[in-house]
Design a protein around this ligand. Sequence first.
Ligand code: HEC
Ligand code: HEC
Length: 320
Amino acid sequence: MAAKLSLKLAAAVLLLMAAACGKTDEARNDAPVGAVWPTPDPASLADGPRKQEVLYGEALIRRTHALVGPNVANVSMRYSGNNLACSSCHLDGGRRRFGLSLIGVAGAYPRNMARENAEQSLAQRVNGCFERSMNGRALPENSREMAAIIAYIQFLSEAAPADIEGRGAPAVPLMERAADPARGALVYSANCAACHGANGQGQRNVEGSGYSYPPLWGTDSFNTGAGMHRIITAANFIRANMPYGVTHESPQLTAEQAFDVAAYINVQSRPERNHLDRDYPDRTRKPVDAPFPPYADNFTQEQHTFGPWGPITAAREARR
Ligand code: HEC
Ligand code: HEC
C-alpha cells in the first residue's frame, strides 16, 4: 500500500516536472514516445498560391545562401552574413527526426524564452537564428521571405503536436569531467575532417554559393551568440547526427567524444557577436553552458564553458 502510494506520488511529481519543462528552450527528450514521425512533402500540396509560398519557404531554408546570402546580387536581400543554409543544422529542410527538426515547432510559439526573458513569436525566433546562426540581420517581420518561412514551418507542423518526440536533439548524459579540446582534436581528425576539412572550412558546392559540407568555424560560420556555440547544445546535435548519416538510435561517437569534439570546435575562431552580456537578463535562467558572463553564481567562465556542469546544476537546484 505504502509502496503503491509512493509510486503514485513519484508519478505525479514526474508529471508536474514534465509540465514545468514543457515550454523551455532546452533540448526536449521528454515528449511522448512512439508517436509516428511525419514526412510532410510540399510537393503534395494542391497547386496555387499557398503551395508557391510554402515552396519558397522551403527554398529559403535549404538554399538560404543563394536567396538571402552575403553575396546575392541584390544588396538589400543580403540578410545572412554567412553562406550556410538553415538546413546546415535543421537537417533535411527541417524534417529530420532529432536533427533540430522544424516539425511541430509552429505550435510551440509564442513562448517565453530565457535568452530574452520575454515572450517570443515564431518570427522573432527565426530572426534569432538569422542574427546568430547565420551571423546576419533580422528579416523584416512583414517581408515576403518571413511569411514564406513561417508558412513552411506551419506546413511542416500540420500533422505534429509541439511536444512530438524528435524535435530538437536528445540530451547526451553529462560527463563528470570537463570537455577537453585536445582530445576533441583527435576525435575531429578521425571522424569529421574527411567532410568538414582538416581546417574546419568545409567544401564549397558546385554552384559556389553554398557548401556541400559546411564550415564549422572561421569567418563563414555561426557567431559566438549562436546556440551551436554552447558545448552541450553542440554535443547533443553532433552525437545524434554526425558523422552525417548516423541516427540518435545508433550513434558513432560516445558521449565523451561528442563533448570533446564540440569543445574543439568551439575554441576555434569565429565571428564575435556584440553585447552578449545582454542575453539572459534573468541570470537564473541562463543555460549552464553559456560561454559568456555574467552568471548568477560564482563558477568560472571556464567551468561554464567546458564543464563539469554537474556541480553548477546541483548548486542551482539547492538554491531553488
Ligand atoms: C549553426 C546551426 C544553425 C543554423 C544554421 C540555423 N539554426 Fe535554427 N536553431 C539552431 C539551434 C541549435 C536551435 C535550438 C534548438 C533547441 O532549442 O533545441 C535552433 C532553433 C531554431 C528554431 C526554434 C526550434 C524549436 O524547436 O523551438 C527555429 C524556428 C529556427 N531555429 C529557425 C532557423 C532558421 C529559419 C534558420 C535559417 C535562417 C536557422 N534556424 C539556422 C541552430 C541553427
Ligand atoms: C560524411 C560527411 C560528414 C562527416 C564525416 C561529418 N559531417 Fe557534419 N555535416 C555534414 C553535412 C553534409 C552537414 C550539413 C547538412 C546539410 O547541409 O544538409 C553537416 C553539418 C554539421 C554541423 C552543423 C552545421 C555547421 O556548419 O555548423 C555540425 C556542427 C557538424 N556537421 C559537426 C560534425 C562533427 C563534429 C563531425 C565529426 C564527429 C561531423 N560533422 C562529421 C557532413 C559530415
